[in-house]
Design a protein around this ligand. Structure first.
Ligand code: ZN
Length: 228
């Protein structure tokens, strides 16, 4: 499970950008005032940029069907990239210690995942499985999904997304182990480039017991249904 399916579209670009390798989530930049230190453009400037792209496609931004498109696109971007406004660490800070000693796998399976590839800004659609082995405390199960969403709603590569979710849970919750598996289709690969429809990319990040203990890892994969 440490291996991953081949993504022909993404791999060359990744090798050109070693800085996009899995990073410690604690260094993930907040958006405000801005992730890069650059000032954010105004909404009007963002809409004008969309008008420029519309002209670039060869269409007329002034025609009836497109006149409101820049405003719609900018509003859609607010949804697509809402994760920059969310602090994933804060999502995990409330924990529960009355677990009666529960120390088996906690798995949230088949979390719908919607992200955007940072190379082409087109959707990455898939699902995530997030698991951890509690150490004295647990977290509300929905928070695992919200952490995944907070990182997914940013410009991403799947490898980094996988690592960020796992690293955050590990560093904040400090469980005995964390496992994150993501299976996703990249529209930059299915609708352009090599046009390989139906191909999904699988990434996994195993920490702690899931990394060191093959039996724990096997139990997890069985629970997920990927032990074949
Ligand atoms: Zn891409």
């Amino acid at each position: 499970m440490h291996g991953r399916a081949f993504c022909a579209a993404a791999q060359p670009a990744i090798s050109l950008h070693p800085g996009t390798a899995p990073m410690n989530v604690m260094t993930a930049p907040p958006r405000l005032p801005s992730a890069s230190g650059l000032s954010r453009p105004s909404r009007a400037e963002a809409e004008e940029a969309v008008r420029t792209l519309l002209r670039w496609t060869g269409d007329d931004p002034g025609r009836e069907g497109l006149v409101d498109t820049p405003a719609r696109v900018v509003r859609a971007y607010e949804e697509f990239f809402a994760g920059y406004e969310v602090d994933p660490v804060a999502l995990l800070e409330r924990t529960f210690e009355e677990t009666d000693g529960y120390d088996e796998i906690v798995l949230l399976r088949d979390i719908r995942l919607e992200s955007h590839c940072e190379h082409h800004m087109v959707p990455i659609i898939g699902r995530a499985h997030v698991a951890y082995l509690p150490h004295r405390r647990v977290v509300g199960i929905s928070k695992l999904a919200r952490v995944a969403e907070a990182y997914a709603k940013r410009l991403q590569i799947q490898e980094k997304l996988t690592a960020q979710i796992a690293n955050t849970i590990q560093s904040v919750l400090q469980p005995k182990g964390v496992a994150v598996i993501i299976e996703a289709a990249h529209q930059c690969m299915t609708t352009r480039g090599v046009h390989k429809a139906g191909v999904t990319m699988v990434t996994s990040r195993m920490l702690g017991t899931f990394r060191t203990d093959p039996a724990a890892r096997q139990e997890l994969l069985t629970m997920i249904g990927r032990n074949g």
